[in-house]
Design a protein around this ligand. Structure first.
Ligand code: SF4
Ligand code: SF4
Length: 430
């Protein structure tokens, strides 16, 4: 196994050395705020990474503290020393993945999910069809209301967090090109995600409509696929590289002004394809070109002269920063600017809006207890705002906040920024 270790997929000493142990990041760390344990703080995790880099064995305690990290990158924003914590945690996980074999059952499950399910539109469609039947037949309602799911432990919790299925799936739109409304100003590619094609099909449609309203011809490249964000966050960097090459090939050559995503978690990884492929001579330059085109939909729309033909939206909204948008991509002002452009809408900031909600990719499934505890704290902040709608910019955060709204909130609606814009455009009357 030692022969196959990829050195650049381990935490680099030069990155680790940037930490001066000041502790200014501690208050920005959700796991430290919940537990008050140094080893579950950014500084403590960097200390442990340093020990492993100096030759200490990778033990169960190290794996536990690294896995309990949300990879939310709140610490990166707080750090005055420029520690690139996102790089470090992803490399630490890749290192564990390379050097610490998991139990057979876990390996097989991970192989199926990461190696097959997320990468195959056919398998995702089949899984979506089963989930749709489960929901539409009433089985899900019975299973949830009877308490039956509690008997299945982790599997039951997974079911309760599984995203709803939205039929018809967005897969049917892949390969199509949608014309701009009015004069065409831009030609953009839209990356529709993987699970989002079955669970956020309406959000994807809304995104296309809002882009069309703003003078964009929107192409949905046929050869696109999963972006690899969940792979990167789980330490599977080689698998992520394969997916990155596929998306780069799907987009480059299409003469696009921008490549758009509506998922902050995906966007963060898509914008880092250049880092992921920096050691690949055939793709390093292509990855740089791809990364230069990559834009979150909020970032892109806020950079335009926004089409003002929106109807009144007499609602009060608050905004939860998606970690991978605020901390990963440094996109904070843009979603707020877009929301404030909606006529009649009242915007109310919540305290600690950029503290993670506990979603973090599949974190709320694999670290359910911590995710729920973080969510409960988050909902206290949301409830202080008395907003009608919680708005955010990432499908994963939407699911987590919906669960929070049901469990600890007042049943508030959760929406994506582009869904609010889409509704406002639909309400416009000449
Ligand atoms: S990424 Fe988030 S959870 Fe992990 S150490 Fe940094 S602030 Fe804490
Ligand atoms: S990560 Fe940054 S803020 Fe945190 S202890 Fe190290 S230098 Fe200080």
């Amino acid at each position: 196994m030692a022969d196959s270790i990829v050195k650049f997929d381990q935490p680099q000493q030069s990155d680790l050395d940037r930490c001066v142990h000041c502790g200014l990041c501690l208050n920005a760390c959700p796991t430290y705020r919940e537990l008050g344990v140094e080893m579950d703080s950014p500084r403590g995790r960097i200390y442990q990474m340093n020990q492993v880099a100096s030759g200490a064995p990778i033990g169960p305690s190290y794996v536990e503290h690294i896995e309990l990290c949300l990879a939310c990158r709140g610490c990166e924003t707080a750090c005055p020393s420029g520690v690139q914590y996102g790089r470090l945690i992803e490399a630490a996980r890749a290192d564990i993945e390379q050097r610490k074999p998991r139990p057979l059952g876990t390996r097989l499950l991970r192989k199926f999910v990461f190696g097959h399910l997320l990468q195959s539109p056919g398998l995702l469609k089949t899984a979506g069809a089963f989930l749709y039947l489960y929901e539409a037949s009433g089985l899900q309602r019975i299973a949830r209301s009877s308490g039956l799911l509690r008997l299945f432990g982790k599997l039951g919790r997974l079911e309760s967090l599984s995203p709803p299925v939205e039929s018809p799936f967005f897969f049917s739109q892949i390969g199509r090109t949608f014309p701009a409304e009015g004069q065409q100003r831009y030609r953009v590619a839209f990356l529709a995600g993987c699970i989002a094609n079955i669970s956020f099909a309406r959000l994807n449609e809304a995104t296309v409509r809002v882009l069309q309203k703003n003078g964009c011809e929107v192409a949905i490249p046929a050869a696109q696929g999963c972006c690899g964000a969940l792979h990167v966050h789980s330490g599977l960097r080689e698998e992520a590289r394969g997916l990155a090459r596929r998306n780069i090939d799907a987009v480059l050559g299409g003469k696009f002004d921008a490549v758009i995503t509506n998922a902050a978690g995906c966007g963060s990884t898509l914008k880092e394809y250049d880092e992921l492929l920096e050691h690949d001579p055939a793709y390093a330059e292509k990855a740089r070109q791809f990364t230069a085109l990559m834009k979150d939909v909020n970032e892109f729309l806020a950079s335009l002269e926004l089409n003002p033909r929106m109807g009144e939206m007499p609602v009060t909204v608050t905004y939860q920063d998606s970690c991978h948008l605020a901390h990963g991509q440094k996109v904070r002002a843009q979603p707020r600017k877009l929301l404030r452009a909606v006529p009649g809408l009242t915007f109310r900031e919540m305290p600690m809006s950029d503290l993670c909600c506990g979603s973090a990719g599949i974190y709320n499934v694999v670290q359910n207890e911590m995710a729920m505890s973080i969510l409960k704290s988050k909902m206290n902040y949301v409830n202080m705002t008395s907003a009608d709608i919680i708005v955010t910019a990432n499908p994963g955060c939407m699911l987590q906040l919906q669960a929070g709204s049901r469990m600890y909130g007042q049943g508030r609606r959760v929406a994506h920024v582009v869904e609010i814009l889409d509704e406002a455009y639909r309400k416009y009357k000449e």
